[in-house]
Structures are given as C-alpha cells and as structure tokens.
Design a protein around this ligand. Structure first.
Ligand SMILES: [Zn+2]
Ligand SMILES: [Zn+2]
Length: 275
C-alpha cells in the first residue's frame, strides 16, 4: 500500500458528503467486515456514501459484491483505459452483466490515459484505448447509466471521441486534472467534474483556477483513495474519511462555505448516480 507516512488524522466532520469515486479494495477492504470498517470511519466524519470503482474484471466483481454487502456503498464497473487490451468478447459479456446490477451506478472508470503507454509493461496502446472507450460509451448509453471518465493527458481526444460517438446523458470526469479551458469545454457540454485531493495541492495552479469556473450543479468531490491524499497529508494513505479536507480546500478556492459545498456536491451525487 501507500508509502511510510502514518494515516491522516480524522478531519472535523462535514456532513453530508458523498465520495463520488474511490477504490475500497485498494484501500484494503476484502470482505463485508473490512468494507464496513472503512465506511464506518468515513461516516463518522460525514462521508455517508461512497462509490467504489473498478479498473479490471476482478475489481468489478468485487465492487458489485461490496455494494451488496453495505447499503452505503455503490459500484462502478469498467476496464481502465490502460487495460483496454483485455476487453475481449468474454470480458464484454461479463461487464455488461455486472453493469446491469441495480447497485452499479456508473460505467467507469473508462476513458483515455496517454501517460502510461510505452512506460508501463502491458499497457494498452492509444488505438486500443480509443476502441475500448467507444465500447464503454455505447454500454453506458444502452443501460442508461452515467459514464465515468479517467483522463490523463488526453483532453483533446476525449472530447473528440465523446462528440463523435455521442455522449451519454451523464458524463463525469473523475479526478478532473486539466486547465480552465478544458473545464469550460466540459461545462459547455453539460459534463460533471469531480475534484479529488489534487485540488488541494498548492502547486496545482492551473487545476485550482479551473475549479473556480465550474457551476454548482456540475461539481462532485471524490478521494480516488488510496491515492492522491489531500494536503497536508500528501504521501500518506488516503481513505474516504479524508474527503472533508478536500471539500474544505475546494470551498476555499471557490469562495464558498464548506457546509454549503458539501450539500451542493451531495445533491449532485444523488442526482447523477440516482442514489
Ligand atoms: Zn482514474
Ligand atoms: Zn480511480
């Protein structure tokens, strides 16, 4: 798991908040009890609901199970863009079956990752990623669930493929990391932008500017735990209970009351995920 730094202390509660994107399995949850322990800790500071997200088939099966163990947990299933080369007919059939489960609230994380090809062994190349992304877009439209996007250094192609394929009714950019121009393009298309702990990093100047231009009804908050632990705990293991740190940082940037932003993002999460 994460580096040697100790776990962040519990933040002051901020309620209600929905963690719009996390990975409970990567946080160490294995069964119903360990899942409940993580969500209990989150709930103790106001993070009452979480969406646990899969990046491969095993994680997708697990996410659906976790969402059935605990009514505070919802699932999202897909093959991560870096794993799009595993999207054969068998995988497609299983993903379709899993995505149809009533506890699955989104198809994700899918999208494009232009950082890892050539650096990570076995990573899907760009062409394969685009093909996989198109398949996930079509799946989200067929089952009428939101599309949850992972974007790394692929702003232009993401917008182009979405326009070309025809975007589903709800598109969520998880861990939005781009600049103001990209934020405005997404907002104009009606997409929803989800902000993680990276928005609290003092050196993330362009992202912090982008966070200011997103309208209230198009914003979500997430941990992407166990990654991207918010300031001042960077490098320590992240968990859904850390989300209030990010909400407070984001509220500060946007000149909003954190309690108000918690309410706004929770209402948005309930609307887009229908939870
Ligand atoms: Zn991602
Ligand atoms: Zn993620």
């Amino acid at each position: 798991m994460s580096a040697g730094r100790p776990a962040p202390e519990l933040p002051e509660p901020l309620s209600p908040i929905v963690d719009a994107h996390t990975h409970l399995d990567a946080c160490g949850a294995t069964d119903a009890a360990s899942t409940a322990a993580i969500v209990d800790r989150a709930a103790s500071v106001g993070v009452g609901r979480v969406v646990t997200v899969a990046d491969d088939l095993a994680a997708a099966r697990w996410a659906v199970r976790a969402a059935h163990w605990d009514d505070r947990v919802f699932a999202a299933v897909a093959l991560h863009p870096t794993r799009a080369n595993a999207l054969d007919d068998e995988a497609k059939a299983e993903l379709e079956r899993l995505a149809d489960d009533p506890r699955v609230v989104a198809v994700g994380e899918t999208g494009l990752d232009y950082y890892w090809p050539g650096k990570l062994e076995g990573c899907a190349d760009i062409e394969t990623q685009i093909e996989g992304f198109r398949w996930h877009i079509d799946l989200a439209k067929r089952i009428r669930k939101p599309l949850m996007i992972h974007n790394r250094e692929a702003d232009h192609d993401l917008l182009t493929v979405l326009l070309d394929e025809g975007a589903p009714d709800t598109v969520i950019f998880h861990c939005f990391s781009s600049d103001t121009n990209m934020a405005l393009s997404c907002v104009a298309e009606g997409y929803v932008l989800s902000f993680s702990g990276t928005v609290s990093f003092k050196n993330a100047h362009e992202l912090r500017e982008a966070a200011k231009v997103v309208p209230d009804d198009q914003i979500l908050v997430e941990t992407d735990a166990p990654y991207l632990t918010p300031h001042p705990f960077r490098g320590a293991p992240n968990e859904p209970y850390c989300l209030p740190y990010t909400v407070r940082a984001l509220a500060g940037l946007r000149g909003q009351d954190p309690v108000e932003l918690a309410k706004i993002t929770t209402a948005n999460a309930r609307r887009v995920y229908r939870i």
